[in-house]
Design a protein around this ligand. Structure first.
Ligand code: PEP
Length: 259
């Protein structure tokens, strides 16, 4: 089954409105493959979503970098899935490792203020139920890789999502080894392919052959204009989630990596 290439740009907590306008104008001027060939989704900080959405070329889409785990209400500082839908924001990134690590979001329960509040699987299920499309991030730490636990970790993170959803149509899975994020230490094409292929097998065994064949598994972690083509050539690498390089003109080259 053909899977359309997908390139996401995670701008993280960066930018002023002036800088955001500059990035948007680089993207708008970029010569990129057609929308039939690649899905492009950029994820600015919440406050810039309306600006980016209204000024970005129409074939590119926007994503929020997070949303609350359930209906909004008395959750100061949070943004609900309903609010994103209300602003016509189609995508959300959930389970990014910076949130899992720095803010203790986890597969299952974690403790923030001794309350079991943050569940990546629940967030994914809730966001999907409200009509959002989700980029769900999984990935191991260096310690976990070195101890041979990569697939156990990635499978457990994926299972926490799989147990809560039944329709994978609007899910893109981002394999993002934590040791590769923002470090300049990119996974080799063989390392990425190995995990992507194992993850696809996991989906086949634990979800369904159809979901395994159709779900896009994208790679994230120090992707650049220089390394994207070799990674994109791997059969199970269906695109990228890009951090640092998505703020630079080379993001256009990454969008074109598979063409
Ligand atoms: C990310 O933040 O999802 C990411 C992959 O970052 P970077 O490309 O900078 O490693």
């Amino acid at each position: 089954m053909a899977r359309k290439f997908f390139v996401g740009g995670n701008w993280k907590c960066n930018g002023t409105s002036e800088e955001v306008k500059k990035i948007v104008s680089i993207l708008n001027d970029g010569k990129v493959a057609s929308a039939d060939v690649v899905d492009v989704v950029v994820s600015p900080p919440f406050v810039f979503l309306p600006l980016v959405k209204s000024s970005l070329r129409p074939e590119f889409h926007v994503a929020a970098q997070n949303c609350w785990v359930k209906k909004g209400g008395a959750y100061t500082g949070e943004i609900s899935a309903e609010m994103l839908v209300n602003l016509d924001i189609p995508w959300v990134i959930l389970g990014h490792s910076e949130r899992r690590q720095l803010l203790s979001e986890s597969n299952e329960a974690s403790c923030l203020c001794a309350k079991r509040l943050y569940f990546v699987g629940d967030k994914v299920a809730y966001a999907l139920s409200k009509g959002l499309k989700v980029i769900a991030c999984v990935g191991e730490t260096l310690e976990q890789r070195e101890s041979g636990a990569t697939m156990d970790v990635v499978a457990a993170q994926t299972k926490a999502i799989a147990e809560r959803i039944s329709d994978w149509t609007n899910v893109v899975v981002a394999y993002e080894p934590v040791w590769a994020i923002g470090t300049g230490k990119v996974a080799t094409p063989a390392q990425a392919q190995e995990v992507h292929s194992e993850l696809r097998k996991w989906l086949q065994t634990n979800v369904s052959a159809d979901v395994a064949a159709s779900t896009r598994i994208i790679y994230g972690g120090s992707v650049s204009g220089a390394n994207c083509k070799e990674l994109a050539a791997q059969p199970d690498v269906d695109g990228f989630l890009v951090g640092g390089a998505s703020l630079k003109p080379e993001f256009v080259d990454i969008i074109n990596a598979a063409t």
